[in-house]
Write a protein that binds this ligand. Structure first.
Ligand code: NAD
Length: 493
């Protein structure tokens, strides 16, 4: 193997290991189209070893007091804090996200997540009820045992932290499969976790979805599956888990609507719509507001502003401090996104306002770069108007009546997020109540906070993992205990 290619190992039972078959998957730097690392190609045999280690570790970890578990999590946060810049550079190199605008923020949020979850360890509480004077009735939140988790590549560290930390905080142990497209920062997270936790509590595997993810989902000793990824794979996971009635949480895809009212501040809203569309993450976000409805009375002026702002976004080397946006993650995603763009252009319907097919020469042709792209008034039969592109591609149409735009915004299989732009409070709030989505923002494009609820309506997901309630509901099972106290008419024991 070429010396410039760095070898990473999986983390199983507290040890760094190769796969049983000593087989490997190459990791590409998508901004340069070069292989720079390799990770083990884990398969069913590796899954079996990791699940057995997690199952064994569960017997003592689940009995460790919650405050003690919390203390160990705080130590993990401190450990991550020390390698923040290294983690951010790793993410940018493996998935193409711009270091300045994306990866550093992702690492900062990850450290915050770990601290937030560490504090929640003291909040694992049940309830009591008073149904009979002669009984003590209470509930306990019990950990499931071994949690099987699977994550995608677009915010790999943050999404892995959102599974690992809540799972172990609540007393479970975990086997997580990282995405084969961006496994490196997740392996680093696993390494730091294992500096502080007993062996077997956190295990991280690398491998493909079919070879490594599927055996994890099907494993008889994994009673809970937590999956983040595409809706298509999420559906297959639901089917596999149903065979043994495993508990499942799904965080899936989206095609989120943005509705722009006629009274908005054009400048602020054009800037914020760019954030909502995640253009500086190349649109590779599940919550990207990729279907925009602009009121017809302002559409021309508003779209002029939007286009001129998009032309100022500097797309380039993710590690370059000057770059606002980086590259798409891989050749497959590049082909997929350019196909959507080509299909829209070839339809000869609608107008391409900015961007378009990627350059075939020059520095941007050296990686999987696609410029921010906006189409106006494509008809519904053009796929990008209603399918998740997962690229920097926004489809815009105009609206006149509130009832009509609500119907069109809700005409989607997805229901992850929505963004409403208006200076008038009541119409915006009315619309927020009418839209079918799990996370709705008014007059802001980012702004997610730990503690918020987050998750999808319709085919965008099932269950919630964000916020204290989401974490506790997702990673614990409730047990009712009823004790006959032997008085108030109950027979003495
Ligand atoms: P993907 O569904 O292709 O893969 C996600 C993970 O599942 C990967 O680790 C992959 O190896 C694994 N996998 C694939 N096939 C599998 C199988 N048959 N069994 C078990 N595991 C399998 O998604 P992706 O391309 O990695 O990520 C992009 C998708 O993720 C988008 O649809 C995006 O909207 C979604 N996403 C959702 C959220 C959310 O919070 N709702 C967050 C980020 C990304």
């Amino acid at each position: 193997m070429n010396g410039s290619i760095k070898t990473y190992q999986m983390v199983i039972n507290g040890k760094l290991v190769n796969s049983c078959e000593d087989d490997w998957i190459n990791v590409e730097n998508p901004a340069k189209k070069t292989i720079f690392a390799r990770v083990p190609r884990g398969k069913a045999a590796d899954v079996n070893i990791a699940v057995a280690a997690a199952k064994k570790a569960f017997t003592t970890w689940s009995k460790t007091s919650a405050p003690d578990r919390g203390k160990l999590l705080y130590a993990i946060a401190d450990g991550l804090e020390k390698i923040k810049e290294q983690l951010a550079q790793t993410i940018s190199t493996e998935n193409g996200n711009a270091l300045r605008t994306q990866s550093r923020a992702e690492v900062n949020v990850t450290v915050d997540i770990v601290r937030y979850v560490a504090g929640l360890a003291r909040e694992i509480k049940g309830s009591t009820s008073y149904l009979n004077a002669g009984t003590l009735d209470y509930t306990r939140r019990e950990p499931y045992g071994v949690v099987g988790a699977i994550v995608p590549w677009n915010a790999p560290l943050m999404l892995a932290a959102l599974k690992i930390l809540p799972a172990v905080m609540t007393g479970n142990t975990i086997v997580l499969k990282a995405s084969e497209e961006a496994p490196l920062a997740v392996l680093e997270l696993a390494r730091v976790c294992n500096e502080h936790l007993p062996p077997g509590v956190v295990n991280v595997l690398t491998g493909s979805g079919i070879e490594c993810g599927a055996p994890l989902v099907e494993h008889k000793d994994v009673p809970k599956i937590s999956f983040t990824g595409s809706t298509a794979v999420g559906k297959s996971i639901l089917v596999a888990a149903s065979a043994r009635v495993a508990a499942v949480t799904l965080e899936l895809g989206g095609k989120s609507a943005q509705v722009v009212f006629p009274d908005v501040d054009l400048d602020y809203t054009a800037e914020s719509v760019i954030t909502a569309m995640r253009f500086t993450r190349q649109g590779q976000s599940c919550t990207a507001g990729s279907r925009m409805f602009v009121h017809e009375s302002i559409s021309e002026k508003f779209l002029d502003k939007l286009v001129s702002k998009l032309k100022n976004i500097k797309v380039g080397d993710p590690l370059d401090e000057a770059s606002d946006a980086g590259s798409l993650v891989n050749a497959k995603q590049f082909a997929r996104v350019t196909n959507y763009i080509r299909e829209a252009i070839d339809s000869n319907k609608g107008t391409l306002l900015v961007g378009g097919l990627p350059p075939e020469s020059g520095p941007l042709s050296e990686g999987y770069f696609v410029q921010p792209t906006v189409f106006l008034n494509l008809p519904q039969e053009v796929r990008m108007t209603h399918e998740e592109v997962f690229g920097p591609v926004l489809s815009v149409s105009t609206w006149k009546h509130e009832s009509d735009v609500i119907e069109r915004a809700n005409d989607s299989d997805y229901g992850l997020a929505a963004f409403i732009w208006s200076r008038a409070g009541a119409p915006a709030i009315r619309m927020a109540h009418a839209l079918d989505a799990g996370w709705i923002q008014i007059n802001q494009g980012g702004g997610q906070q730990l503690g918020h609820s987050y998750g999808g309506f319709k085919q965008s997901g099932a269950g919630r993992e964000f916020s204290i309630e989401g974490m506790l509901d997702s990673f614990t099972d409730t047990k009712q205990i009823s004790v006959n106290l032997g008085d108030a008419g109950f027979p003495q024991l």
